[in-house]
Design a protein around this ligand. Structure first.
Ligand code: FCB
Length: 460
């Protein structure tokens, strides 16, 4: 990035966050995922993923786009690694595209794909950056979907093979491996609501998918543990604290059930070895089929839980809550800006699940439409404020005793925002999709200066 040369430093970067205390081993990073940035959808032997297929269905992506080109990260790897280095962060969270390294999900491995991720990891290490690897950020090989995808128990075994292939190749170089990113999204948005790949609308299937994702997590962790890697092993979940819209019993019960669906459904089996009774009851006949021993396999010790946080939930029993009336600032996604929710969430996860050893914020950020100005800059004061107040909220959780390991901004680059296509921009670096020009936004410069100040304070 040219940020350190071309732009003057921001004088008071992230002032609210700067007033908080972060531990000396706290890791500052940025995050992306493979499908959202790589492009090169059929290069060098890559197989199609369910997202390649889904994008080709008319009407499912807001701007009728796809991931064929995206940010051309596959071809621009070195430039992007330099960009991350010049941001001065310590860590980069990325995902591996399963069909790039094993095109049909079983059978032959694709050496060109593996070599790409090896170059990525080696390139990070050479630049002094810590690689945080995610195995499944949603881009399942289409060939496995053709045989039932996550609804088919055999996919669990394929995932364990995939995890082991990556762990053997890269596990001794990366600092962290997460099995899945946001299994709730895969199950609910992909298989119940049908708005994400593979676009199915079947509640029973969605529940079964969530069970298979959790089972594959546990089995992959157990298999990878046997390799005695130095990397921390864990999982990344999306969470939002659920607040009742009013103080009525009905709204409180509705908020509790929603918390069950989003958070307890995943955290209870991971840490307590059971599915929450209230959610099972709500699912009724649609509850997943669980084989004897599955829950023991899911509840294996892990080193961390990554939390992706964007906003809160406000739940009313009648579904009547409209966040446009809350008076809070909304992002371009229509999500409320609510930093206090991040503190509340982290504190509650620590309180409710004493088995959690370490928490990371593995994604946090905001979509805002700020354009590239005639001065060649992006003055995204809204995003800068968002980062400032949310990092401060992490500081407040730390002050309350939550064992936090790090914070990663979503996202390094503007990128393919799933069903929203390229219309929503989450990057702290602007991408001009016509030229692939990267321009650090003001938020990137503020984050850079904030991290620099944090790290230099450690040396004093
Ligand atoms: C999360 C996803 C990530 C990104 C952000 C905005 O749910 O993990 O890929 O799309 O939302």
């Amino acid at each position: 990035m040219s940020a350190s040369n071309d732009h003057s430093p921001v004088s008071t970067p992230l002032p609210t966050a700067a007033a908080k205390a972060f531990p000396a081993d706290f890791v500052w990073g940025v995050a992306t995922s493979a499908f959202q940035i790589e492009g090169a959808h059929d290069a060098d032997g890559k197989g199609p993923s369910i997202w390649d297929t889904f994008c080709r269905q008319p009407g499912v992506i807001a701007d009728a786009s796809n991931g064929d080109v995206a940010c051309e990260h596959y071809a621009r790897l070195d430039e992007d690694l330099d960009l991350i280095r010049d941001l001065g962060v310590q860590a980069y969270r990325f995902s591996v595209s399963w069909p790039r390294v094993r095109p049909t999900g079983d059978g032959e491995w694709n050496e060109a794909g593996l070599a790409f991720y090896e170059r990525l990891v080696d390139g990070l290490i050479a630049r002094g950056l810590k690689p945080y690897l995610t195995l499944n950020h949603w881009d399942l090989p289409q060939a496995l979907q053709d045989r039932g995808g996550w609804g088919d128990r055999a996919t669990v075994d394929r995932f364990v093979e995939y995890a082991m292939g990556i762990a053997r190749r890269l596990g001794h170089k990366v600092v962290s491996i997460a099995t899945h990113n946001e299994p709730w999204v895969v199950a609910q948005l992909g298989h119940e609501k049908g708005v994400f790949a593979p676009g199915l609308k079947d509640r029973r299937l969605a529940a079964q998918v969530s069970h298979h994702l959790l089972l594959s997590h546990g089995l992959a962790i157990t298999a990878m543990r046997a390799l005695e890697l130095k990397a921390s092993l864990g999982i990344v979940l999306n969470m939002a604290p659920m607040y009742p819209a009013s103080d009525t019993d009905e709204d409180r019960a509705a908020a509790r059930l929603e918390d069950g669906r989003l958070r307890r459904w995943y955290m209870d089996p991971l840490f307590n070895g059971r599915y929450p009774v209230d959610v099972l009851h709500d699912l009724g006949e649609d509850a997943p089929r669980v084989s004897p021993g599955d829950l023991d396999q899911i509840r294996v010790p892990i080193d961390f839980v990554g939390i992706n946080y964007y906003s809160r939930g406000v739940i009313s029993a009648t579904g009547a809550f409209d966040n446009k009336t809350s008076g809070l600032e909304l992002t371009d996604m229509g999500w409320e800006v609510y930093p206090q929710g991040l503190t509340d969430l982290l504190v509650s996860v620590h309180r409710d699940y004493p088995g959690v050893k370490r928490l990371y914020v593995t994604e946090n950020g905001g979509a805002f439409p700020d354009p590239l100005g005639s001065d060649g800059r992006v003055h995204d004061a809204d995003r800068t404020r968002y980062l400032d107040t949310h990092i401060a909220a992490v500081g407040d959780a730390i002050a309350q005793g939550v064992p936090m390991g790090g914070y990663m901004v979503w996202s390094l680059l503007d990128n393919f925002e799933w069903a929203s296509g390229y219309e929503k921009r989450f990057g702290i670096v602007h991408v001009d999709y016509a030229t692939q020009q990267r321009t650090p936004k003001d938020s990137a410069l503020a984050y850079r200066d904030f991290v620099r100040a944090q790290l230099s304070a450690r040396q004093d």
